[in-house]
Design a protein. Structure first.
Length: 264
C-alpha cells in the first residue's frame, strides 16, 4: 500500500476544512452530514484512542497528530497514547477508550471496543469519495449525471465502484493493468473505458491511483468534478484551470471520518 509521508500531511488541516466547504457546495451536505446519511450512524461521546504503531516502516511524522486533529475537529474526544504498539493498546483500554485508531503498513483500522464494529481505511475511503460524487448536483446538461469514470481499480477504487453501482450509476472503468480491468469487468456490470475505441468525457470522475496526470483532457468537460483520494493528485493545475474542475482531494481526514461513522 502506498504510504503517506509527512510532506503529504503538511497542509492536511487546511485541506480538510477547504474540502469540507467544497463538499457542502457540491452536495448540500457537510462531510459530517454526508457520513451520517450514508452510514445511518452518529457519534455518542465516544472516546477515541490513537495508537502509534512502530511496525514495518515505523511511525510516520504527523500521522497520529493528523488523526487527532480530525477526531477533535468533528467534536469527538480523542487522545494519542504515550506508549506505542501493545503498551499503547493497554494504555488506550485502561484509559477508557471506546474506539481505537491505529495503522501499520498493511492496514489502517478503526475498532469500536463497545459494539465490536471494525472498519478498514481503504474500503471507507473508496466509499466516502464515491458518495461525495454520487451526491454532487448534476451538470448543467443534467443528463449524464449518472455516468461516472473510475480510474484505478485497486483496494480503494474497487469499494468505490461498488458504491457507484449500488447508487445505480453507469460505471466506466480504466486501469493500466488490463488484467485487472478484465477481472473487474467479469465480476461487475461496468463498461470498460477505452479512449481510443470510444472517447467520452465525464462530468463525474473518481481516481484512486498513486500516479500523477492520470486524468487527461479527453475525459474532461467544463465544470467536471474530480473526487480523488489518490496521492499525488492525478490532474494537472493547467487542466483544472482550463475546465474549471472542482477537485475533492485530502490525504487522510476524509477517509478517517468515514471509518469512524462506519463503527459508531
Ligand atoms: N487520501 C486518502 O485518504 C487515502 C489515499 N490513498 C491513496 O490512494 C491511492 C490508491 O490506493 P490503493 O487503492 O490502496 O492502491 P492500489 O495499488 O491497491 O491500487 C492502485 C491501482 O491504480 C492502478 N494504476 C496505477 N497507475 C495508473 C494509471 N496511470 N492509470 C490508471 N490506473 C493506474 C494500479 O494498476 C492499481 O490497480 C494511493 O495513492 C494511496 O496512497 C489510500 C488510502 C487513503
Ligand atoms: N505506523 C504509522 C502509520 C502507518 C500508516 C501507513 N498507511 C498509510 O499511509 C495509508 C493510510 C491512509 C493512506 N495511506 C504510525 O503509527 O505513525
Ligand atoms: Mg482522505
Amino acid at each position: 500500500m502506498a504510504l503517506l509521508t509527512p510532506e503529504d500531511l503538511a497542509n492536511m488541516t487546511d485541506a480538510l476544512v477547504e474540502n469540507d466547504r467544497l463538499i457542502t457546495e457540491l452536495t448540500t451536505y457537510s462531510l459530517d452530514g454526508l457520513c451520517r446519511k450514508i452510514y445511518g450512524t452518529a457519534p455518542a461521546k465516544e472516546k477515541v484512542a490513537i495508537i502509534p504503531i512502530t511496525a514495518g516502516g515505523g511511525i510516520i511524522g504527523s500521522f497520529s497528530e493528523s488523526l487527532l486533529f480530525t477526531v477533535q475537529h468533528f467534536g469527538m474526544d480523542g487522545f494519542i497514547t504515550e506508549n506505542t504498539d501493545v503498551a499503547g493498546w493497554y494504555e488506550a483500554v485502561t484509559k477508557g477508550a471506546d474506539i481505537i485508531l491505529m495503522a501499520d503498513d498493511l492496514a489502517y483500522i478503526a475498532h469500536n471496543l463497545r459494539n465490536g464494529k471494525i472498519a478498514h481505511n481503504q474500503i471507507c475511503t473508496g466509499r466516502i469519495y464515491a458518495e461525495i460524487l454520487c451526491h454532487a448536483k448534476g451538470g448543467k446538461d443534467g443528463g449524464d449525471d449518472k455516468d461516472v469514470l473510475v480510474l484505478g481499480l485497486g483496494k480503494v477504487g474497487t469499494p468505490a465502484l461498488e458504491t457507484f453501482l449500488n447508487e445505480k450509476f453507469n460505471v466506466y472503468v480504466f486501469d493500466v493493468d488490463s488484467n485487472r480491468v478484465n477481472e473487474i469487468a467479469s465480476q461487475y456490470p461496468v463498461f470498460k473505458y477505452d479512449s481510443e475505441k470510444e472517447p467520452k468525457s465525464f462530468f463525474k470522475i473518481f481516481e484512486a491511483t498513486p500516479c500523477p496526470d492520470t486524468i487527461s483532457e479527453s475525459v474532461l468537460k467544463q465544470n467536471s468534478i474530480v473526487s480523488t483520494p489518490g496521492i499525488p493528485l492525478g490532474i494537472s493545475d493547467e487542466l483544472i484551470e482550463k475546465y474549471n474542475v472542482r477537485v475533492v482531494q485530502e490525504p487522510l481526514g476524509i477517509g478517517t471520518l468515514s471509518m469512524l461513522y462506519a463503527v459508531f
